[in-house]
Design a protein around this ligand. Structure first.
Ligand SMILES: [Zn+2]
Length: 48
């Protein structure tokens, strides 16, 4: 398998490599409402 985006050889089965996946996720985050994202992060980040 090769990455659809950068063409890198993939060890696992999949369409894209981890590097491109992370990039894609970040881009999706930017598209989302930042306030909603912030609230989501607050949910998962434990408070000390
Ligand atoms: Zn890639």
């Amino acid at each position: 398998m090769k990455c659809k985006i950068c063409g890198a050889e993939l060890r696992k089965d999949g369409d894209i490599c981890n590097k491109c996946y992370e990039k894609l996720v970040k881009e999706e985050e930017l598209e989302n409402d930042k306030k909603a994202l912030y609230e989501l992060k607050m949910k998962y980040v434990p408070r000390f």
